[in-house]
Design a protein around this ligand. Sequence first.
Ligand code: BJ8
Length: 427
Amino acid sequence: MTRDAYKTMWENLNLDITAHDGLLEVLGKFYNDIYLSQAGRLKGMEYLDFVLSEVHGLRIRELQEAKTAGKKIVGTFCVFVPEEITLAAGAVQVGLCSGAEAGTEEAEKLVPRNTCALIKSFIGFKLARICPYTESCDMIVGETTCDGKKKAYENFADHVPMYVMEVPQQKNASDRELWKSEILRYKSALETLTGNKITGQRLKKAIKIVNEKRRALQRLNRLRAAIPAPISGRDVLLVNQVSFYDDPERFTKNINTLCDEMEDRVARHDGIIPAGTSRFMLSGCPMAVPNWKLPFVIEGANAVVVGEESCIGTRNTRDLIEEAPESLEGMINAICDRYLKIDCACFTPNSARMDNIISMAKELKVDGVIHYALMFCQPYASEAIKVEKILKKHDIPLLSIETDYSMDDIEQLKTRVEAFVEMVSSR
Ligand code: BJ8
């Protein structure tokens, strides 16, 4: 990314240029160490390298051009926000970064100290004026998932144009009614914001675009399950992270090209990860860009991540919207049903998640599961106890980790992960 070419754009977005330069420098260094240092990467990953190198450059310029052309930009933090509705309104949806420590001191003036790193991160990025995505948004959509998020949005609303969707906490008939009414309320809010009416035709097209994106990610997940693994877990995590802010149709095309390359290598049993490397599945909280800490530690310990049971992973890609309905009402119902299948730990009970963890672990033939909860995340830390029980029943080893975005515990993490890898490989 040529900094000078974008400086004026960043200034116009009211970024703190010095702090932003610092962020890009650290990000570039991390990216070199974690990604570009990998040997024998797939050629298709060059697209992801390019997108990442232009994450605050070209993509932001595209968003500005879309705004000039009259489009609205909608920022989100959660996979519950239906991108199909956003696209059908002619708006652009982007996931807002919340995977790095920034502006923590300022963020702690808006939320208590014992709030998870993800929440502090999105507030910190805004208050430190280093996120061009947040600054580009015409509307930011939050959701009533965990308590931390829903209370944070109240204070965050003093700083950004906030809209909050109510997500039910159970999955009974009355919850479905509530969720459907929330989808309709979101549809109206977008129609008001954009001035565009969401017709059946527009929604059908949007459903197809988002389904195709999820199909490409499903294909990637099927291919990566091969033994030997044809791609590192870090690279797949990056693909999932980029899926939240890249143009969806361009992204799908490039991921399918990457899959073609993988298919070829799988057919030749030409994995880039040596056969015999211990295989792990990550399960738990989402890892938003640029949170690459744990996969880097795992893969540095002679192991490979072959699946993510997470919202930046299969929780977001497992289910498609049914494409058969032709009426607007039918499509809204299909959207409603698809999103209610999400097995976020904010639901009670949430037994579908336990079933999904077991079936994924078996399908992927993993040697163990690494459960990842962000410090102070009550929903996932609580479910870690259930995950442990169910995995024990199926004789699948588990390492349960609680961490945050700082590097303070990196040595301790390495020691624990190395011991776990050694333990599973001696079984
Ligand atoms: S659907 S997982 S993206 S809410 S880590 S902020 S839960 S205290 S992120 Fe999530 Fe939607 Fe659920 Fe997925 Fe709260 Fe936990 Fe923090 Fe979390």
